[in-house]
Design a protein around this ligand. Sequence first.
Ligand code: PRP
Length: 213
Amino acid sequence: MLNIALPKGRLGDQVYKMLSSIGYECAAIYEDNRKLVFESPENGVRYLLVKPSDVAIYVEHGAADVGIVGKDILLDSRPDVYELLDLNIGKCRLAVAGPNDYIEDRDNVLRVATKFANVAKDYYSSINREIEIIKLNGSIELAPILGLSDVIVDIVESGKTLKENNLKVLTTIVPVSARFIANRSSYLFKSEAIQKMMAGLQEVLSRDADSQS
Ligand code: PRP
């Protein structure tokens, strides 16, 4: 039985569709209830519905054998897992954003509000810019509006949230997409099952790429 950490929400729904199309369906997952574990013994899978930012923790500690997680979270939390596949979905970018009328002042320490403290530190150290991190857990866009920070480092997908809050992208740091990851021991001891799932996912990806070309 392969334990899969599936992020709750839209990304998880997309991934479940991919997996069910290659033989890993588990009809009960769409039951309207609050269950967090769904098993399909006949297809050899157990789905664990977890908070997107916790997927890599479950996989790193072996509570799940494989999982699907955004590259943003991998870059920031740096879990000790294998990153096996870019699933080409959940696409967005990590960016520095600030007020529309933002003017850089290199004489002062830059105050950066973010959920992604390590990504922000790495980026600013690469350009030798001294910063102070203001760690927030959500609604990051509020920080520069209220003067809590000068800029933010956050996920930008459509750009709508920035626009509606009179903010704009100042620099794109890195593109982001969903990744298929595996626990290091599971990758050894359940290698056949993981390889089979990976091959199936790869087929879906190349089918999608063909249909787009
Ligand atoms: C994320 C991110 C931005 C928004 C970007 O927030 O932090 O706020 O999505 O999407 P957009 O460019 O399409 O507008 P999320 O919905 O995860 O909520 P959060 O405020 O808790 O981070």
